[in-house]
Design a protein around this ligand. Structure first.
Ligand SMILES: Nc1ncnc2c1ncn2[C@@H]1O[C@H](COP(=O)(O)OP(=O)(O)OP(=O)(O)O)[C@@H](O)[C@H]1O
Ligand SMILES: [Mg+2]
Length: 417
C-alpha cells in the first residue's frame, strides 16, 4: 500500500501477467486506478521457469499501471499457484491450565495468547525439507466438549482447547523465484496469497460462503479450486492443467500453430456440442503449404468438449477424494480465462450435477469496466485480500471469513532473506 492507500495486486499467470491498482473508495468499495496485462512467457503450468522473462513481463505491467495511476509501485501482493502447492487440514490441541501454570477458576479463561498457541501447535505437521507454510487459516475451535466454535473463544472457560486449521504449503524454491522475479522488476513482494484464496475474496458472496460453495479457476496452465463452508476454507488445490491443453489439442488435430489454435478457440470455440450449429462454418488456414479447410462449429466443439469434460472430471475427482462434494450446497463458481469458453456453464452443470455460475469481481468500481470478467478474479482478489489485512488503525475492508487468516509470511521473509 502506498501513501494514497493504493494496493497493487500482481497475478503472475501462465499466459499473462496482470497488475491492478486500486484504492478504497466509499462503503467498502475498491476503485480501480490502473489495470494492465502483459504476455507471460516465463511460466510453465503456473510455476516460474524463466526469472528474467517473468521479470520483464512484470516490469511492463507495472510501468503501465504506474503511469495510468500516477504512482510508484514499491510493493505488490502477489498470487501463488502451481503443482508445488500442497494443502491439508490439521488439528492443534493445548491444555489451558497445565501449560500456562495458572490455577484457580478465573485463570482458566482462554486468552488471545492461548489462541495463538493452539494455532501454532496445529502448524507442527512435520513438513518435508524445502517446503513452507504460506497460510494458516483457522476453521473452528473446540473448548472441552463444546465443538464447532467459529470465532476464537477468547474469554471462554475450559481446560482443553483444540483448533482445526487449513494449512497451505508451497515449495520454498518456487516462492523464492517469485521474489527474485519481482525484485528484478524493481519491486518488493508484500505478501503471497494462494490464487484461489484471492479469487474467492473477489467473486464469492457472503451467502454462498455461509451455505457452502466451490470456486474453480480455469487458467492457461493450472486449474485451481477452493471449497468454503461456514467454517471458512475447507480445501484448496492447484492442478497442473488448463486452457492451454485445449489449445494444444486443437493445434494437434488441425495441424496448425498454437497461436492460430488459440485464436480460433477464442473466435469460434464452444464446449457444449448440443448448443452449437453444424451450419456455422469457418475457415482454417493451412500451415506449410497445406490447403485451407472449412470446419463447422459443432465439429470444432467436439475437440474442445472432450478436453474440457476431462478437466472438469479431474477437478470433480479431486473434490470427491477429499470429501468436499458435500459442502457445495450453493454450487460452483467458475473464474479464469478458461471459464469464458461458451457452453462452460452447461457442461459443468452436467459434470457436477449442481448449479454453476461465472464469477466476475464484485465490490470494485472501474470506469473502463474492463475488470468485469472472470480472468480478473485473481488480481482483484489479491487487492481485496491486501485491503482486508490492513494493520490495526487503518481502514480495513470487511470481506468476511478470510479476514481471520493468520499470515506467517513475515516469518518467512525473516528466515529466508
Ligand atoms: N473467450 C475465451 N474462450 C476460451 N478460452 C479463453 C477465452 N479467453 C481466455 N481463454 C483461455 O483462458 C486461458 C487464460 O486464462 P487466464 O488468463 O485465467 O490464465 P493465467 O492466469 O495466465 O494462467 P494460470 O492461472 O493457469 O497460471 C488461456 O488458455 C486462454 O486461451
Ligand atoms: Mg491465473
Amino acid at each position: 500500500m502506498n501513501s494514497r492507500g493504493i494496493h497493487i495486486g500482481l497475478d503472475i499467470g501462465t499466459s499473462k501477467v496482470c497488475a491492478i491498482a486500486a484504492e478504497p473508495d466509499h462503503e467498502d468499495i475498491l476503485k480501480v486506478v490502473g489495470l494492465s496485462n502483459s504476455p507471460s512467457t516465463g511460466l510453465r503450468r503456473g510455476t516460474i521457469v524463466d526469472i528474467e522473462a517473468t521479470a520483464k513481463a512484470i516490469r511492463k505491467a507495472l510501468d503501465e499501471i504506474e503511469s495510468s495511476a500516477g504512482i510508484k509501485a514499491e510493493e505488490v501482493t502477489v498470487g501463488i499457484a502451481g503443482e508445488h502447492i500442497f494443502s491439508l487440514n490439521a488439528t492443534g490441541v493445548i491444555g489451558i491450565a497445565d501449560s500456562s501454570k495458572r490455577s484457580g477458576e478465573k485463570e482458566l479463561e482462554i486468552t488471545k495468547e492461548d489462541i495463538a498457541r493452539v494455532v501454532e501447535s496445529a502448524k507442527a505437521v512435520g513438513l518435508p525439507n524445502g517446503r513452507r507454510i504460506i497460510h494458516v487459516i483457522p476453521q473452528q475451535y473446540t473448548v472441552d466438549d463444546e465443538k464447532g466454535l467459529r470465532k476464537p473463544p477468547v474469554g471462554m472457560t475450559g481446560r482443553r482447547l483444540e483448533a482445526q486449521v487449513h494449512l497451505v504449503t508451497s515449495a520454498t524454491a518456487s516462492t523464492k523465484n517469485i521474489i527474485s522475479a519481482v525484485r528484478n522488476a524493481g519491486c518488493e513482494v508484500k505478501d503471497f496469497v494462494l490464487e484461489p484464496i484471492a479469487s474467492a475474496q473477489s467473486v464469492l458472496t457472503e451467502e454462498e460462503k455461509q451455505i457452502g460453495v466451490g470456486l474453480i479457476d480455469i487458467g492457461a496452465g493450472t486449474t485451481d479450486a477452493i471449497v468454503m463452508s461456514k467454517f471458512g476454507v475447507e480445501h484448496t488445490v492447484s492442478l497442473p492443467f488448463g486452457g492451454n491443453q485445449v489449445t494444444s489439442d486443437i493445434a494437434g488435430i488441425l495441424r496448425i500453430t498454437e497461436e492460430q489454435a488459440d485464436e480460433l478457440k477464442l473466435m469460434y470455440g464452444h464446449c457444449f456440442i448440443e448448443k452449437t450449429a453444424v451450419d456455422k462454418v469457418f475457415d482454417v488456414k493451412g500451415v506449410g503449404g497445406r490447403q485451407d479447410r472449412n470446419l463447422n462449429e459443432s465439429e470444432f466443439a467436439m475437440y474442445i468438449e472432450a478436453r474440457m469434460d476431462e478437466i472438469l472430471n479431474m477437478v470433480k475427482a479431486n473434490l470427491k477424494e477429499n470429501g468436499m462434494l458435500k459442502h457445495l450446497n450453493s454450487g460452483l463458481v467458475f473464474t479464469g480465462g478458461g471459464s469464458k469458453i461458451p457452453g462452460l456453464e452447461s457442461l459443468a452443470e452436467r459434470v457436477f450435477e449442481m448449479p454453476v455460475r461465472l464469477g466476475n469481481p464484485i465490490g470494485f468500481t472501474d470506469t473502463t469496466e474492463m475488470i468485469d470478467s472472470p480472468e480478473y478474479a485473481t488480481a482483484t482478489g489479491l487487492i481485496a485480500y491486501a485491503a482486508s489485512c490492513q494493520p490495526e488503525g487503518l481502514k480495513r475492508l470487511d470481506r468476511g471469513a478470510l479476514t481471520q487468516i493468520f499470515i506467517n509470511i513475515k516469518d518467512f521473509f525473516k528466515h529466508n532473506f
